[in-house]
Design a protein around this ligand. Structure first.
Ligand code: PLP
Length: 402
């Protein structure tokens, strides 16, 4: 009899904790316990929906017969809307430097594949959104982790970052506003990141998918500080336009001619997947040129939930939570007894309470630091119950886990 078909080796290197952990939750559900999923940053799962004018635009496109393949870089009107939006925010860019992508995630994948060879290094923050390390694992390139510091509002440790640059370094990943910490970087830090990248000829992969979700208002794109720096920016309809399932985003390649080859490479790679989802591309124009009042309301909701999160978690003995300034994540840390890991804590929390968070080591944090990510999109009364349960569990865990 023939044996099992072997799986490619790269799959062993690939990990994406945000989804991997769901199998643990299913096991808990199978025992009859209700699971509260705080693992994935999906506003729709918590009752939000895309604004009606986006739905109308996508629906109209379908009814008007826009159901065929589209240009691989995306339809011109969407690319024009993205270029106009960046230009209005202070980064002058032409539509021919924009690609419409299957979410931010595909932009990240296209950019990395266009820039990075196997064996090359990319500087990735800890904690990081784990897609960067997952994509690097697939192409056998190396993530090199630079610290962001909880004692300094989760800002990048610039000296550490500089010390990690080698002749193999190709790019620096900057996630601002940040998932999973909710940090927003001040202009001085952003300026220093650009200066460092430019000093060493590195490209910045600027993940700006939460740019409209700063609690004090939209955060300008990084490129506003230096229009000639080698910056590739990514965003999408997923977060600030509440349509993550549409898988529609964009990648904007900075105007410097130094990036022309990378732009051409990304366009070439994009040809291979024909196009990103068609009807949703028509919603990009609606999103970027239409009414954004939903964002005002959403930011207000998020700020309120962030406040409840920070106050409730900091009231738990042994737990510390830096106040997020954007998005819908917080990264609390619990002082673990020696020998315990963040994963151990998170799984014990899940099994005892049905609350599913993601352990910080899934974002590249040291397991002993006891960090974990909370998605705080649930409504305030449910959050209050969740944090009371986390508090009761943690008191018990710390008392007995030693
Ligand atoms: C920092 C960051 N980048 C990218 C993504 C992927 O977003 P998209 O749905 O646009 O692919 C996410 C999703 O959570 C994210 O948090």
């Amino acid at each position: 009899m023939l044996g099992p078909i072997p799986v490619a080796k790269r799959v062993g290197r690939f990990s994406y904790a945000i989804r991997n952990i769901v199998s643990e939750a299913r096991a808990v559900e199978a025992l009859g316990m209700r699971v509260r999923y705080l693992n994935i940053g999906d506003p729709v799962a918590f009752g939000y929906q895309p604004p009606p004018h986006l739905i109308e635009a996508a629906e109209r496109a379908m009814r008007d017969g826009q159901n065929g393949y589209l240009p691989s870089a995306g339809i011109l009107e969407a690319r024009e809307a993205v270029a106009a939006d960046y230009t209005a925010r202070g980064v002058s860019v032409s539509p021919d430097r924009v690609l419409i992508t299957t979410g931010t995630g595909e932009g990240i994948e296209l950019a990395i594949n266009s820039l990075v060879d196997d064996g090359d290094e990319v500087l990735v923050p800890t904690p990081t959104y784990p897609l960067y390390t997952a994509v690097l694992a697939k192409i056998d390139a190396r993530p090199i982790y630079y610290r962001t510091d909880p004692a300094n509002d989760w800002l990048p440790d610039l000296a550490h970052l500089r010390s990690l640059i080698t002749s193999r370094t190709k790019a620096i990943v900057v996630i601002d506003p940040n998932n999973p910490t909710g940090a927003v970087y001040p202009a001085s830090v952003r300026r220093a990141l650009i200066d460092l990248a430019e000093e060493f000829g590195l490209t910045i992969l600027a993940d700006e998918v939460y740019g409209d979700l700063g609690f004090e208002g939209p955060v300008p794109p990084l490129g506003t500080l230096d229009p000639n720096a080698a910056i590739i920016s990514f965003s999408s309809l997923s977060k600030a336009f509440l349509a993550p399932g549409w898988r529609t985003g964009w990648m904007v390649v900075g105007q410097t001619p130094r990036l022309n080859g990378v732009l051409a490479a990304a366009q070439k790679l994009a040809d291979g997947r024909l196009c990103s989802p068609g009807p949703m591309q028509y919603a990009v124009t609606a999103a970027l040129t239409g009414d954004r009042s939903h964002q005002v309301a959403f930011r207000k909701d998020l700020a309120e939930r962030a406040r409840i999160t920070t106050e409730s978690l900091n009231a738990i003995p042994g737990m510390r939570c830096i106040a997020p300034k954007a998005a819908f994540y917080a990264m609390p840390m619990v002082t673990l007894p020696p020998g315990r890991t963040d994963e151990d804590y998170v799984l014990a929390l899940l099994r005892a309470t049905g609350i599913l968070c993601v352990y910080g080591s899934g974002f590249g944090m040291p397991a002993s630091m006891g960090s974990f990510r909370v998605v705080f999109l649930a409504d305030p009364s449910e959050l209050a119950t969740i944090y009371a349960d986390i508090g009761a569990f943690t008191r018990d865990y710390l008392a007995h886990a030693g």
